[in-house]
Write a protein that binds this ligand. Structure first.
Ligand SMILES: [Zn+2]
Length: 234
């Protein structure tokens, strides 16, 4: 409610109040005692009217304790399962996020956690660091190929070195592959049909292993180069 009526929330003098604190009865009709830190402008008064109208459809039990209820779970308490199920539902526009391919494979939790970060695009690649304006890194190029700027999609998908690694494995598995534009598309399109369970497990782990190995090689190049520069400086 505070996000829907943010303006009213900001000027409210009851930010931490519960329903029982601001509700009183008048001839069995609910009376809301909303208090604000100053007088309202006309357009803010209209917001209050809209807010009170939105309460009309809410059932208030006068015999129950005022408490938070997690409506996605039958017993009213939060559970991660009740939250993840709607997120993975086909009806959810974000269901294309490849949760299954990230968390299901039998890879190390550390590796899977990294893959999740890569899919979200939250790795500290040089383009990300430069966007934080105070990090003026030079050179800004990819440490694999020195041909293009470093971004999460470049180092894992489109770098000339990375392309050779993907081609090496995919050609040996008899697959023809067009590299997608984003890392999330790589994970969501990495399906293994008509193969044995063992081959499927291998293929799913292989995806994580390649991504992890590319990161390790990239880090080695950055830090070894830095070490070499320090050594030459001495
Ligand atoms: Zn590159």
């Amino acid at each position: 409610m505070d996000s829907l009526f943010l303006r009213l929330f900001l000027i409210s003098s009851q930010k931490e109040a519960m329903v029982v604190d601001i509700l009183s009865n008048s001839n069995h009709d609910p009376l809301w005692n909303l208090l604000f830190s100053r007088d309202l402008y006309d357009w803010e008064a209209l917001l209050v009217t809209t807010l009170l109208d939105s309460f009309n459809d809410i059932f208030l039990s006068r015999s129950s304790v005022d408490k938070r209820v997690w409506t996605l779970e039958s017993f009213g308490m939060f559970s991660s399962k009740s939250f993840s199920n709607p997120l993975s539902s086909p009806l959810n526009p974000d269901s294309s996020f490849p949760h299954w391919m990230i968390w299901k494979p039998d890879a190390s939790p550390r590796v899977k956690a990294f893959s999740w970060t890569a899919v979200l695009g939250q790795i500290n690649t040089i383009d990300m660091l430069q966007k934080r304006s105070f990090m003026h890194l030079s050179p800004h190029w990819c440490f694999h190929c020195h041909e293009d700027g470093e971004s999460v999609h470049h180092i894992f998908l489109h770098c000339s070195l990375t392309t050779k690694i993907w081609s090496y494995f995919l050609s040996r598995m008899g697959l023809k592959w067009v590299m997608p534009k984003k890392v999330t598309h790589l994970f969501s399109s990495w399906h293994w049909y008509s193969v044995s369970t063992k081959s499927k497990m291998f293929g799913e782990c292989l995806l994580h292993t390649i991504v992890w190995s590319i990161l390790k090689e990239r880090n080695n190049r950055i830090f070894l180069q830095h070490f070499e520069e320090l050594r030459r400086g001495n």
